[in-house]
Design a protein around this ligand. Structure first.
Ligand code: ADP
Ligand code: MG
Ligand code: ZN
Length: 501
């Protein structure tokens, strides 16, 4: 093959995600786990400070979170599991070792489904295990430019779950979708806030490339330091391009860890991994092996919530909502679909057709006006701020043509600012009721036709757009309250009658 011919490469991506668990206390001690905003080094004790002679105690709730996650990811929940010591020296590691899980993670295997170009694809999961977070280092410079570091131990010992995928993603977009779906699932399970900006959801991306059609694995590079989904997407994209270029130029890929530089839009080498760390793993001698009884697994299984895919499918199958909108409702957090569920709660006595109509209208309001209002205050959808049953009421008014789309938006705006009010009260108060009384519309139409003879003549000469103009006049003289569909019908009817004369 000529060295000038560029080869076709395929990317191979595996992701490691660390998610902090929503437990009250830390992984092995009674310290408070919620350190966000706490005074540095205030949430600490001899155990998480790594003092000698103290003993760790396993946090039951943390194990339960991993079981929940494993079940959601179709993993096998391992009955005989244990904790291991992973030894490495680093200033943020209080004991010089991290308690983690090596060969017997709580959950093993599994898969998560993503949709790529409309097709479902399974991303295989390797394992989900439990470990403890490390302290936080701050690297600073003093007034003379001298570098120094500060250490905050509050984060040390916080329960951390690691979810490791198999190398089964093939593009930056698949990696992004995997992360979005995984974050959504963790939030539905209420096991993590899974907030990337806060550092409660962190991702390392392993990237390699290989010649298209080959099924061996190329040398991988691990990329760290991405703190948004967008950054993961761009870092993976950059790595694929960089590696392709290296191979095209006859070079070889070095197994290493690289860091993503947001400003430079590039990755830089941090350390070579060719001589892999020897973590000298061994079973944690201060903890007994952990038996996860089948009874426990069954009890956790009984409390599993409906997951985003199942919800979306139910919306499509039973409520006639489009796949796209069903995803909009269910992705990222459960709060949007929880809100939607609450809004359609009052529709159970409807026939199937009526239910589909009503659900469709409510869905459009939730994804449109309601989302817009909550986005405006940077909040998730909250039933205490805007009552979901009021949204249903507005949907009813829209369907009965009592309100136009614009008026519905206005009613929701007002309700959002004055939560005590009801839609019907707002409609009365502001005189927002749409005029659907045919005789009232008829008389307005008669007046408009009389005073716009030019437009009428235009129409009779074949200018169809004159109808639009006349409807506009009707809306104007009713201050936007005429039902536009009825007004259009009336105008067309009367113009046709004039034409026949
Ligand atoms: P390490 O021992 O370096 O941590 P692992 O085998 O534990 O490597 O894999 C870590 C992550 O790297 C996993 O998510 C895995 O899917 C991914 N991975 C492994 N080999 C490759 C490869 N050749 N290309 C891309 N990703 C890979
Ligand atoms: Mg690893
Ligand atoms: Zn502690």
């Amino acid at each position: 093959m000529s060295s000038l011919t560029k080869k076709d490469y395929e990317a191979v991506i595996g992701l490691e995600v660390h998610a902090q668990l929503l437990t009250e206390s830390k992984m092995f001690c009674a310290c408070r786990a919620d350190y966000q905003g706490a005074t540095p080094n205030s949430e600490v004790c001899p155990v998480c400070l790594g003092m000698p002679g103290v003993l760790p105690v396993i946090n039951e709730r943390a194990v339960e979170c991993v079981i929940r996650t494993g079940l959601a990811l179709n993993s096998n929940i391992v009955e005989h599991t244990k904790f291991d010591r992973k030894n490495y020296p680093y200033p943020d590691l209080m004991k010089g070792y991290q308690i983690s899980q090596y060969d017997k993670p709580i959950a093993s295997g599994g898969w998560l489904s993503i949709a790529v170009d409309g097709d479902d694809r399974m991303v295989e999961i390797n394992r989900v295990h439990l470990e403890e977070d490390v302290a936080k280092l701050f690297h600073l410079n003093d007034a003379d430019g001298e570098a120094y570091s500060l250490l905050d131990v509050n984060r040390a010992g916080v329960a951390l779950m690691e979810i490791v995928s198999e190398p089964s993603m093939r593009s930056p977009e698949e990696a992004r979708q995997y992360l979005v779906k995984l974050r959504t699932i963790l939030r539905y399970l209420k096991v993590s806030t899974a907030n990337m900006e806060e550092g409660s959801f962190r991702c390392d991306a392993n990237v390699s490339i290989r010649e298209m059609g080959s099924d061996g694995l190329g040398t991988k590079v691990e990329v760290k330091n991405m703190n948004s989904f967008r950054a993961v997407f761009r870092a993976v994209q950059y790595e694929i391009e960089r590696q392709s270029k290296v191979l095209d130029e006859g070079g070889r890929i070095i197994q290493e860890t690289r860091g993503w530089l947001e400003e430079g839009n590039t990755t830089v080498s941090q350390r070579s991994k060719e001589f892999a760390h020897d973590y000298r793993y061994f079973p944690e001698p201060d903890l007994l092996p952990l038996v996860v009884s089948r009874k426990w697994v069954a009890a956790v299984e009984a409390t599993m919530p409906e997951l985003p895919d199942a919800r979306a499918k139910r919306y499509v199958d039973r409520l006639g909502i489009s796949q796209y909108k069903a995803e909009q409702l269910t992705l990222n957090t459960s709060s949007t679909s929880d809100y939607f569920e609450a809004a359609i709660l009052g529709t159970n006595q409807l026939s199937n057709d009526q239910l589909e109509n009503r659900a469709g209208t409510v869905c459009n309001l939730v994804l449109g006006d309601v989302m817009r209002l909550f986005n405006g205050i940077g909040s998730e959808l909250d039933p205490h701020r805007l009552n979901p049953s009021h949204v249903l009421e507005v949907a009813n008014m829209l369907e009965s043509r009592q309100l136009s789309t614009n008026m519905a938006s206005e009613v929701l705006n007002i309700l959002f600012e004055s939560p005590g009010k009801t839609p019907s009260a707002v409609v009365k108060e502001r005189g927002l009721e749409q005029i659907s009384d045919v005789s009232m519309i008829d008389s307005t139409v008669d007046e408009v036709i009389k005073s716009n003879s030019q437009a009428v003549e235009d129409y009779l000469r074949g200018k169809e757009s004159a109808v639009k103009f006349l409807v506009g006049q009707v809306m104007k003289s009713t201050k936007g309250q005429a039902n536009p569909v009825l007004a259009t019908e009336a105008i067309q009817e009367k113009l046709k009658a004039l034409g026949k004369r």
